[in-house]
Structure formats: structure tokens, C-alpha cells
Write a protein of this length. Structure first.
Length: 134
């Protein structure tokens, strides 16, 4: 059996506390997020976020973006928001649109996405969790 010294116990206790603090912070952020159905007027903002999110990931991995221009993102999101068999969810924090998700129900096999959150928002990981979990 390994003996745990006082310093190691303190370090482990701090790590556990940090995990609980992170979970508490996530729950606080989740409570601030309002989810609602997407509307046509969300196309510009959600399209910009879609473009920026895909571009940020692509740059980070040095490959071309699936959404190569802002206009492409806006066009994609506009089409999805207007389609009667695609369900949309928009995330807002303090009245500002910060992300979206879509569920394509045009066939017997549903498709999810694109799911995007504003890469400039420091809460983006928590927003992503909220859009997926809720």
C-alpha cells in the first residue's frame, strides 16, 4: 500500500476541490443560457457564428474550413431555419445570440448539426454542453 503524505493529501484535496468548482461554474453558466427555437432573423448572427466556429477549428488543425466564407454560413443557416423539417435551437446569454444547433428530420434517420457556439465567447465549452445536453 502506498502511503499518502500530508503534502500529497493537500494537493489531491485541492484537485478535487478544483473539479467541484469547475462543475459549479458550469452549472452557473448553464443557468444563464436561454434556449429557444430559431427564427429567420437569427440567420445573420447564427451564420456568422457558424463561419467563425468552423474557421477557428480549421485554422487550429491547418485544414480548409467546411464553411469557407461568412456568406456560406449565413446561407446554410438561412436554409435550415426556413425548412419545415429542420428543428433549430438558438442559445442566448443576456439577450445575445451565442450559438445554435439543428436537427434535420427530413428522413427516417435524423441528423444533428451543425452545432456551433461563438468562439469569441469565453463560455463556449459550457454553451456547447448546454446545446447538446438540453
Amino acid at each position: 500500500m502506498t502511503r499518502v503524505t500530508g503534502h500529497r493529501r493537500l494537493r489531491i484535496a485541492r484537485e478535487i476541490k478544483a473539479e467541484f468548482d469547475d462543475a459549479a461554474d458550469w452549472m452557473e453558466d448553464v443557468m444563464d443560457v436561454k434556449l429557444r427555437a430559431g427564427r429567420r432573423e437569427d440567420a445573420e448572427t447564427c451564420g456568422r457564428i457558424c463561419f467563425e466556429a468552423f474557421s477557428t477549428i480549421a485554422r487550429g488543425h491547418t485544414f480548409p474550413s467546411d464553411v469557407p466564407a461568412r456568406e456560406v454560413g449565413v446561407g446554410l443557416v438561412s436554409m435550415m431555419l426556413e425548412h419545415p423539417h429542420i428543428y433549430s435551437v438558438v442559445a442566448e446569454v443576456d439577450g445575445k445570440v451565442v450559438g445554435s444547433n439543428f436537427l434535420d428530420e427530413r428522413s427516417c434517420i435524423a441528423a444533428v448539426g451543425p452545432i456551433t457556439v461563438d468562439p469569441m465567447d469565453e463560455r463556449n465549452l459550457n454553451l456547447l454542453r448546454t446545446l447538446v445536453v438540453r
